[in-house]
Design a protein around this ligand. Sequence first.
Ligand code: AMP
Length: 188
Amino acid sequence: MTRMLIVGPPGAGKGTQSKKISQELGIVAISTGDIFRENIKGETELGKEAKSYVDAGNLVPDSLTNRLIEDRLSWDDAADGFLLDGYPRNSTQVQAFDEILARLGVELDIVLELTADREELVSRLTKRAEAEGRSDDNEDVIRHRLEVFEQETEPMISEYRSRGLLKQVDGLGPIDEVNARIMEALKA
Ligand code: AMP
């Protein structure tokens, strides 16, 4: 049973690797970005609230995101472990997440960071924009999302480093190679 986070800049391959890790470890992968995108597509209340933030590459308000995660983690499929992709995303969310875990009576085991350099990220994200047509994958929004990551998310990663939970893996290279590195790091 593993409770873990996957963190790293947009374009580092978190979504792709999450799906693989989820299968390999038999835990559910939960992506806040995917949840927001599905709700925007389905034009739900949540989608309507989140749309302007997601399209601009800004973070959806913490209160909304924290509630969403607390609800999602209470589902049965998350009882025996989970992999969160995209949450928490800033220091406020880390604090809220600590409280959510305490209420659930569980602890986080690992924070896996996928690293990649900035130029590689912009190039991957631009390619993904062409392939998937995500509304937040145009060049200005891509650059903005990288800035939001550096300003809001990187400090939160340091917090997990100081707690001794962080494992870093180089996200550069073919999908299966990166996955092999991850599985090695998770064993260590
Ligand atoms: P992602 O797919 O993780 O890159 O997320 C896409 C977009 O969803 C982000 O740019 C944010 O607008 C929103 N989002 C995802 N996760 C969060 C979060 N934990 N807090 C706030 N906004 C988020």
